[in-house]
Design a protein around this ligand. Structure first.
Ligand code: SF4
Ligand code: SF4
Length: 436
């Protein structure tokens, strides 16, 4: 039986545009643009200079703080520029630009890593040096997640829910490379000294189950757990609740509920690191949406400008009104096709909708749908109204900091109130006041 959580919504998932399409390798681009911040944490510092020759997989920017992740060359070639470049967040970001020599000359230091006699700390150091961050979108450094979980958690959860509409990169990975995921999970279990991992997959990806089940260890240490198809099933707190019945306490982390959650592609990346020595230099991106001529799942070098992905997919069927990096519920609107694919980019979507019906002076009609659907059991309409009224004392009593910004309330609201946006503002105001 499939498991789930309270609240959530069932948007049209539109996954049929790409879920039958095998992952294709996008030819490496002429130039890669590698921003110094592609992760949660401190930006990196360049270690190369303009004119330097670099090899594929060579570390070119080092982490400046424990919560950070180094950056590696994703092609071999020549450093053409170091300076501000457009970033998907809308700001200019210090970036290293490499001109591809199309040789894919691999850094001589790269070789398979035998971890059989390594300690957990040594293995985590390898993962840190490889710049691996969560592949699910948030891009949290994986070495921090691992080191903070040691001794605190009893269960590893592999997030393969992929609940955002349109996105199918994890689906294709589960179907085409289940062995890489399973081997990566075994390494995570070894590092954490655990014997229990649960792979959570929504049942709309049922065709992946036989391939995964065939590779599960006979000792039951890794289990496949079908999940109901519902958004946001893949949000960490909802996933933990669905799979273990445990609640992550307000303001706390998954480790406080005894769980460490890793995306399926992150597990695969960990396996590839130890089996080949290669750091994080590629990722799978679903390129889709109603305005994309030929939607695909692409394996892409990190730093590839998104215009290359769009061109490879045949361009647009009509001029898009909206380009999103990520899924339609939590993705970020981007305003330039020059911005590069980042470590956390799991989707690129193009929409050509007519402008949504403009409702003059939208008002809450007190239908209660946002309250029924909020997966965090918040009262979105009250948070929104109080922040709009500038009444932050009242706003705080509704616990806006527990909001996971899933977008469900805005999606479900018949009055088209920008609830998530308002709640995000409330969170920023409260966090700014707390910092003071
Ligand atoms: S209040 Fe936050 S957690 Fe609740 S539905 Fe809205 S965006 Fe999601
Ligand atoms: S869904 Fe919209 S209209 Fe309904 S109660 Fe919430 S804010 Fe009001």
């Amino acid at each position: 039986m499939s498991q789930t959580f309270k609240g959530g919504v069932h948007p049209d998932d539109s996954k049929s545009l790409t879920n039958q399409k095998p992952i294709e390798q996008l030819p490496p681009p002429e130039l890669v643009i590698l921003p110094m911040s592609m992760h949660i944490g401190a930006p990196c510092q360049p270690m190369v200079a303009v004119g330097d020759h670099v090899c594929l997989g060579q570390m070119i920017a080092q982490a400046q703080a424990p919560v950070s992740a180094p950056i590696h060359a994703t092609v071999s070639g020549t450093v053409k520029a170091i300076g501000p470049k457009e970033h998907s967040s809308g700001v200019m970001m210090n970036s290293i630009v490499i001109e591809n020599d199309y040789q894919d000359e691999i850094d001589p230091s790269i070789a398979p890593i035998d971890h059989s006699n390594m300690s957990a700390e040594e293995m985590i150091q390898c993962i840190r040096n490889a710049g691996i961050v969560g592949h699910g979108g948030a891009a949290f450094p994986t070495h921090i997640k691992l080191s903070s979980a040691i001794g605190k958690v009893d269960t590893v959860i592999i997030n393969a829910a992929e609940c955002e509409p349109y996105l199918t990169s994890d689906h294709r990975l589960l179907l085409q490379y289940p062995g890489e995921i399973i081997e990566g999970i075994k390494i995570i279990l070894k590092i954490l000294g655990l014997k229990k991992a649960l792979i959570g997959v929504e049942i709309n990806k049922e065709n992946t189950f036989p391939g995964i089940e065939a590779l599960l260890p006979s000792d039951g240490s890794i289990q496949l757990c079908p999940l109901a198809t519902k958004y946001p099933q893949g949000a960490e707190k909802q996933l933990i609740k669905s799979l273990t019945g445990r609640e992550v306490p307000s303001g706390k982390l998954p480790a406080d509920a005894g769980c460490a959650v890793f995306n399926a592609d992150t597990a695969a990346s960990i396996h590839r690191l130890f089996s080949t020595g290669m750091p994080m230099y590629r990722r799978i991106v679903t390129v889709s949406g109603p305005a994309m001529a030929n939607p695909k799942n692409l394996e892409v070098r990190i730093g590839t400008p998104i215009k290359n992905l769009i061109e490879y997919c045949g361009g647009f069927t009509e001029p898009p009104t909206k380009l999103l990096m990520g899924g339609p519920m939590m993705g970020m609107a981007i305003y330039s096709d020059e911005v590069p694919v980042l470590k956390g980019t799991n989707g690129l979507l193009a929409f050509a909708e007519k402008q949504p019906l403009h409702i003059k002076d939208p008002r809450c009609i007190r239908c209660g749908r946002c309250v029924e659907s909020c997966p965090m059991q918040l009262v979105p309409t009250y948070i929104y109204q109080s922040v709009m009224a500038g009444n932050m004392d009242e706003c705080k009593t509704y616990n806006p900091l527990d909001c996971i910004e899933c977008g469900v309330c805005s999606y479900i609201c018949p009055a088209k109130l920008p609830l998530t946006q308002g709640i995000r503002v409330a969170k920023q105001k409260i966090l700014a006041a707390n910092r003071k």
